[in-house]
Write a protein that binds this ligand. Structure first.
Ligand SMILES: Cc1cc2nc3c(=O)[nH]c(=O)nc-3n(C[C@H](O)[C@H](O)[C@H](O)COP(=O)(O)OP(=O)(O)OC[C@H]3O[C@@H](n4cnc5c(N)ncnc54)[C@H](O)[C@@H]3O)c2cc1C
Length: 310
């Protein structure tokens, strides 16, 4: 077991590394533990990140690691498998190590659970994507499709329409249903609705081809798919952080700077905010870092006063 550090951060994506940068520069002793599977690691380019628009996500993270290491932040390639509160926190790693810290920030992101339609997972991040802000501009004004996975796909299709007048919503033989009112709204915005069962998706990086079970095939530039988000919040829950009802499902409850209901336990990025794009996750990490440092300054002061009166 190592000596206790100021902050352990679990997760070295945009949220975790942004927090590490601010805390490192605040001269805090920080260890970041990372399992090495950033959510957008499958994508060739990351968009919408000011001054880094179009940078490959893995290159972005390489640069970010380089930056935080300049301030003495240590990055440990391992998965955190358990955590407990023990005069601060103890985090167990899958390599057998244990880390101790005064404060703990969880920035473990989420896993996209994809529909099992053949081709969707294989093309994830290239032909099949989730986020029009990330991939919409590149296919603007071209034929795009939205694969219906549930009622959230109604909004997804209307979003896609912002980038192209040629949008087709694939309801995939009842994988999602739309009522007459929604059908009329789609008609008014020129969004086509195709109800045939989808058999598989093929693609070559530049476009996708949807094969329907009735034998037809149709090409599109991109297929937008709304996955089910599975936040990787097991460590937060195991430490007793309260959860609350979210728009879809539940989320661990946090304040505006990422504080959970457990003192000293923080969360930032997709683990608590599935909609957070890279700049938002970075902002959440930075906000949490500032709050964590302020909290530690408070504890340092209390300790100094207590020592003086001993
Ligand atoms: C295909 C795709 C393309 C995208 N493109 C863009 C884009 O162009 N622009 C944009 O702004 N956003 C994009 N996004 C969204 C982007 O992925 C998220 O905004 C971003 O990843 C959130 O950062 P994060 O730090 O919260 O999580 P992540 O980046 O997922 O980082 C979490 C890290 O925690 C690690 N981890 C998880 N559990 C543990 C554990 N127990 N122990 C140790 N480590 C652990 C993971 O391995 C991972 O490295 C895209 C998403 C997808 C799916």
């Amino acid at each position: 077991m190592t000596d206790s550090v100021d902050v352990v951060i679990v997760g070295a994506g945009a949220a975790g590394l942004s927090a590490a940068l601010t805390l490192g520069r605040a001269r805090r002793e920080v260890v970041v533990v990372d399992g090495g599977e950033p959510r957008n690691g499958v994508a060739a380019h990351s968009h919408g990140v000011l001054t880094r628009d179009g940078t490959p996500p893995l290159e972005f993270l390489r640069l970010a690691r380089e930056e935080v290491e300049r301030y003495g932040v240590r990055i440990v390639p391992a998965r955190a498998v358990a955590a407990r509160a023990a005069d601060g926190f103890e985090v167990e790693l899958d390599d057998g190590g244990t880390l101790r810290s005064r404060q703990l920030l969880i920035a473990t992101g989420l896993v996209d659970e994809l529909p099992d339609t053949p081709g969707v997972a294989e093309l994830w991040g290239s032909g099949t994507v989730v986020c029009p802000y990330c991939d919409g501009w590149e296919v603007r004004d071209q034929p795009i499709a939205v694969l219906g996975t549930g009622h959230g796909s109604v909004h997804h299709a209307h979003m896609a329409r912002q980038w192209s007048p040629e949008v087709t919503l694939l309801t995939d033989d009842g994988a999602m249903t739309i009522d007459d009112f929604e059908a009329e709204e789609f008609r008014l915005r020129g969004i086509l609705v195709e109800s045939a069962a989808v058999e598989r998706i093929d693609g070559d990086g530049d476009s996708v081809e949807v094969s329907f079970r009735d034998g037809r095939r149709q090409p599109f530039r991109k297929l937008f798919v709304l996955p089910r988000y599975r936040q990787q919040d097991g460590l937060l829950r195991s430490l007793g952080a309260e959860v609350e009802q979210a728009k879809v499902g539940e989320r661990v409850k946090t304040g505006t700077t990422g504080g959970t209901t457990v003192l000293g336990l923080w969360a930032a990025g997709n683990v608590v905010d599935p909609g957070a794009l890279v700049p938002v996750a970075m902002g959440a990490g930075a906000a949490a870092a500032v709050a964590i440092n302020a909290h530690l300054v408070g504890r340092d002061l209390e300790r100094a006063v207590a020592d003086a009166h001993r």
